[in-house]
Design a binder for this molecule. Structure first.
Ligand code: GTB
Length: 216
């Protein structure tokens, strides 16, 4: 059954792997599932055909036979449940890996997104510096807690799982901020994720889209 996902025809991140199709591509590469990609312009994302798949007119989506999904978290979870390689067989270990997926998306990511939004949209406000400082304090609190939990282990709970895939993807957004470098075990953790062959294949595939759009 062919899997089709959607991605930006021209990603505003210029192929840095920050758009959320990257997480879906990475999950599919980890479990060895081939996939097609339908590339969308911003205009096409808001048209009825895409809105029927994604109520918020965003990417990524996932289609396979009569199943259509949106939300990268749900898509990665679905892939991990359907195919071996991203969730442990043991029921308790599986539940813990799923917990880490949620922790990445609901405890770690929102403040990191707040920081990006502030830098993008609030830079000229009088209170910008103060707000940025508060957001960064909240991020550091979470990073230090996560750093303590990770300790000197490779992954969050035993073998690499979908929990690590989501956590690395979320932490990756802080690259270039300097904050990740304050926690050497977290920087090493992200580098370990990026070093996985499946990650590299996914990254190269999304970068190729950007490169083709730039030359085409
Ligand atoms: N919660 C949803 C999910 O996880 O799937 C969020 C999906 C989402 O935010 N999609 C974004 C989108 O479609 C692309 S990934 N935006 C277009 C729109 O809303 O009209 C977010 C993203 C976009 C750009 C960068 N960047 O340029 O660095 C990084 C991340």
């Amino acid at each position: 059954m062919t899997i089709t996902i959607t991605a930006f025809a021209r990603s505003p991140d210029r192929g840095r792997g920050l758009a959320r199709d990257m997480r879906v591509r990475w999950a599919l590469e980890e479990v060895g599932q081939p996939y097609d990609v339908r590339l969308l312009s911003f205009k096409a994302m808001k048209e009825p055909a895409h809105l029927a798949l994604h109520p918020f007119g965003q990417i990524p989506t996932y289609e396979e036979a009569d199943l259509a999904l949106f939300e990268s978290g749900a898509i990665v979870f679905h892939i991990a449940e359907r195919h071996a390689g991203l969730l442990p067989d043991d029921a308790n270990a599986r539940a813990r890996a799923i917990t880490w997926m949620f922790a990445a998306l609901t405890t770690m990511e929102p403040t990191i997104v707040d920081r990006e939004m502030a830098r993008l949209l609030e830079r000229h406000e009088t209170w910008y510096e103060q707000r940025l400082r508060l957001i960064e304090e909240r991020i550091r609190k979470r990073l230090s807690e996560l750093s303590v939990r990770l300790g000197d282990t490779d992954w969050l709970d035993g073998d690499f799982s979908a929990g690590d895939l989501q956590m690395v993807s979320v932490l990756f957004r802080l690259k270039g901020s300097g904050m990740l470098d304050e926690y050497p075990n977290l920087s090493a953790y992200v580098a370990r994720g990026e070093g996985r062959p499946a990650y590299k294949r996914a990254f190269d595939a999304q970068l190729a889209v950007f490169a083709a759009a730039s030359t085409g």
